[in-house]
Design a protein around this ligand. Structure first.
Ligand SMILES: *[C@@H]1O[C@H](CO)[C@@H](O)[C@H](O)[C@H]1NC(C)=O
Ligand SMILES: *[C@@H]1O[C@H](CO)[C@@H](O)[C@H](O)[C@H]1NC(C)=O
Ligand SMILES: *[C@@H]1O[C@H](CO)[C@@H](O)[C@H](O)[C@H]1NC(C)=O
Ligand SMILES: *[C@@H]1O[C@H](CO)[C@@H](O)[C@H](O)[C@H]1NC(C)=O
Ligand SMILES: *[C@@H]1O[C@H](CO)[C@@H](O)[C@H](O)[C@H]1NC(C)=O
Ligand SMILES: *[C@@H]1O[C@H](CO)[C@@H](O)[C@H](O)[C@H]1NC(C)=O
Ligand SMILES: *[C@@H]1O[C@H](CO)[C@@H](O)[C@H](O)[C@H]1NC(C)=O
Ligand SMILES: *[C@@H]1O[C@H](CO)[C@@H](O)[C@H](O)[C@H]1NC(C)=O
Ligand SMILES: *[C@@H]1O[C@H](CO)[C@@H](O)[C@H](O)[C@H]1NC(C)=O
Length: 635
């Protein structure tokens, strides 16, 4: 039943603030000053019947410099024990929730950590809002999140679904090439977000995966600009709604102007991966998704950490670049929304125990103040992953940056809060959160997408599906729990040579990296090591083997295709979904969202910014077989 979807639309009976007549551009100054001259009356910015622009101007003129600076930071927020406000650590009271909201006047946070209890998360969110309403002006908090409806678990890129419905990574949605499904996913994700108070999505990630080694491919829609553009529009409309308002989740499209063309396939979270290169002179290809996002009404944009090498643009991190943010994004492409930087461009820090220098690529030698200045001059509105409002205050006090410059950004940021209805309805209903988040209907659709998005790459002798397997059929397995097969009345054996089939669930090849944070990024060669190839070959030689490979990056594994009897590709799926595909309970419907290269050498020889240019790929974009029709199956 789709009943819980109705809850979303019922919310739209909230006060429809901001609906001014088109000809009406603000109340007369007399009305405004009357509204604000007497503090015992409701201040204009608290009056839902006034226009958004009037409310913004009223609030802005009440704000101190410190309060304005606070708006310009978007910091990480952890939930304390049992949904309490995080007290920070003894050594770092500066990051306690109370300090960030009460002293630094921060009101934008991204929630880090899994959501395992919807009611508790909703109660936590209400506590955060209550603390924000106790400040002088009571500006409500906007809570945002990296993706949390999939399988990825990485504090820098996304969180496991936890209590939320669980879907394949966006690559899996791209494999299905089903715009309506993307819309449905985004609407469901929106409803689950709204239920716990998440009002901004630090996604979609619309980078084009023209360099197959990049560690962040799983969160994209793949290699093709048109497919990405088509799907991201539905994604944005699903989260934001047709009209941006009190039941919307604001989206942050990233990473402008396309994070795909990473030099040597490394990632720009890290010093060795700071460069993006365009040897194919193909910069514009990567802009296609962003143009589609702007046309679809994207509210916010995030430039990537990387710095471009060998282009007309300055070789500095994109958020430090006026040419990128103001000239290209704002003036040429006409983007009028909020630009928030990627996390941590000013301050050196530790992430997951690992020392991480500020990602101030190309401006490493600038002081923190100078970096902040460059970011403001470039045209960014908000500093992501930073809690340094004192820098902005100092810049204004020293006359380096004008207060009017802050107003330009703060106005946009406040506007977002007013239109989202946060001033008028800051709280959520924990009972409803418990009911809506992870409800049976949403979970069922997520699981269905996990199954459907499987890609059948090879199927020799039409081995799959194993419709005729029975309790006597013996399986050697790797990568999932034997109890799942036993529960389906199959036999599991310990040695390949004793089995009728081997079922291997493998991760796509990568070279492990050191460090608490870095280790979460799958980087390096797309080939299995010689040892791993030999280990697998020993299995393939003994028993017909079916491989399921989780393709968070394209894999260069021609030997797997040659030596196994069937290869499946997946993009985040439960083991039950896998077994449903194996036994024909469900059928794979996906098609590759990128090419699968022949070798890592072929990838090295190809150009970072050009799609579909590795030599003689094993499987091409769009490849995907179907199961044979079952004889006697009803038509
Ligand atoms: C403010 O409003 C209150 C209540 O309407 C009124 O009693 C008071 O005189 C007003 N004060 C000023 C300064 O206008
Ligand atoms: C706050 O600081 C402590 C100590 O540095 C750190 O362990 C914790 O992760 C920080 N919390 C947030 C939300 O940044
Ligand atoms: C969290 O709540 C549980 C159950 O009410 C309680 O036993 C536990 O002590 C609480 N933990 C903290 C850190 O408050
Ligand atoms: C993408 O769309 C454009 C405009 O519709 C078209 O000219 C181009 O051929 C398409 N590219 C591909 C790879 O389909
Ligand atoms: C980045 O590009 C610059 C300029 O070509 C080069 O000097 C540098 O070695 C490259 N790599 C890194 C990690 O900076
Ligand atoms: C940055 O400073 C270091 C040492 O302080 C120096 O070696 C380097 O050349 C400087 N880089 C730039 C781009 O100025
Ligand atoms: C496919 O079937 C043929 C004929 O039964 C057999 O010779 C061959 O070994 C089979 N191939 C695989 C990969 O199972
Ligand atoms: C496999 O599943 C069983 C039953 O759910 C569980 O007890 C066991 O711990 C699991 N084993 C592994 C390795 O996860
Ligand atoms: C076994 O399968 C049944 C029916 O498919 C399912 O309801 C049950 O949860 C499964 N048990 C385990 C331990 O996986």
């Amino acid at each position: 039943m789709a009943s819980s979807l109705f809850a979303l639309f019922a919310l739209s009976t909230w006060p429809l603030n901001g609906l001014c007549l088109a000809t009406h551009h603000g109340s007369s100054p007399a009305v405004l000053s009357r509204a604000i001259s007497n503090d015992s009356e409701t201040p204009a910015y608290r009056n839902p019947s006034l226009c958004v622009d009037d409310r913004v101007e009223d609030l802005l003129q009440r704000m101190t410099l410190e309060e304005k600076a606070g708006q310009m930071f978007h910091a990480m927020l952890s939930m304390g024990p049992n949904g309490t406000l995080d007290k920070g650590s003894e050594a770092a009271r500066r990051n306690s929730t109370d300090f960030m909201i009460g002293t630094q006047f921060l009101t934008h946070f991204n929630l880090v950590g899994d959501i395992t209890d919807a009611r508790q998360t909703a109660e936590f969110y209400n506590r955060v809002q209550k603390r924000a309403l106790e400040t002088r002006l009571g500006i409500p908090v906007t809570l945002s999140s990296d993706p949390r409806h999939h399988f990825t678990e990485n504090i820098g890129t996304g969180f496991d679904a936890g209590r939320f419905s669980q879907w394949p990574e966006t690559l899996g949605l791209a494999a299905l090439r089903d715009a309506q499904l993307v819309r449905k996913f985004a609407e469901i994700a929106r409803e689950e977000y709204l239920a716990v108070g998440l009002r901004a999505a630090l996604h979609p990630q619309v980078d084009l995966t023209t360099e197959p080694r990049w560690a962040r491919i799983a969160g994209t829609f793949g290699e093709d600009s048109n497919l990405t553009a088509e799907l991201l529009v539905e994604y944005i409309k699903g989260f934001q709604g047709e009209k941006f308002g009190p039941t919307s989740v604001s989206t942050v499209t990233k990473h402008f102007p396309g994070g795909g063309p990473m030099e040597n396939g490394e990632d720009s979270h890290f010093v060795y991966g700071k460069n993006e290169t365009y040897p194919g002179n193909n910069f514009d290809y990567h802009l296609i998704p962003f143009k589609a996002a702007i046309a679809a009404g994207a509210r916010q944009m995030m430039p990537y950490y990387s710095r471009p090498i060998g282009t007309q643009y300055e070789p500095v991190g994109f958020s430090f670049s006026k040419g990128i943010v103001t000239d290209l994004l704002r003036n040429e492409l006409g983007f009028e929304g909020v630009v928030v930087t990627d996390w941590g461009l000013i301050t050196d820090t530790y992430i997951a125990g690992q020392y991480m220098p500020a990602r101030a690529w190309g401006v490493e030698n600038l002081s923190e103040l100078e970096r902040a200045t460059r970011i403001l001059e470039a045209g960014c509105d908000q500093f992501g992953g930073e809690t340094r409002p004192e820098l902005i205050v100092q810049l204004v006090k020293e006359g380096i940056v004008s207060e009017e410059r802050l107003d330009v950004s703060v106005r946009k940021l406040l506007r977002e809060k007013f239109i989202l209805g946060l001033f008028d309805n800051p709280f959520v209903d924990p009972e409803a959160a418990e009911r809506i988040v992870g409800n049976d209907y949403f979970v069922r659709l997520g699981k269905e997408a996990q199954r459907r998005s499987y890609i059948l790459l090879t199927n020799k002798n039409e081995t799959l599906p194993l419709r005729n397997a029975g309790p006597e059929t013996k399986f050697y397995i790797e990568g999932f729990n034997a109890t799942l097969l036993q529960n389906r009345s199959y036999t599991v054996v310990n040695k390949p040579e004793d089995a009728d089939y081997a079922l291997l669930r493998l991760a796509a090849p990568y070279e492990p990296r050191p460090g608490g944070f870095e280790a979460g990024f799958h980087a390096g060669s797309l080939e299995f090591s010689a040892e791993e190839r030999a280990r697998q070959a020993a299995i393939y030689s003994k028993v017909p083997t079916i491989v399921d490979m989780m393709l968070d990056r394209p894999a260069a594994v021609p030997e797997v295709a040659e030596q196994s009897v069937a290869v499946l590709a997946s993009f985040g799926s439960s083991s039950e979904a896998f077994l449903d595909i194996i036994f024909g309970v469900a059928e794979p419907e996906g098609k590759l969202p990128y090419d699968l290269p022949r070798s890592n050498a072929a990838v090295e020889a190809a150009m970072e910014d050009v799609p579909f240019d590795t030599k003689d790929p094993v499987f091409r974009f769009g490849h995907g077989l179907k199961y044979a029709e079952q004889c006697g199956k009803d038509m």
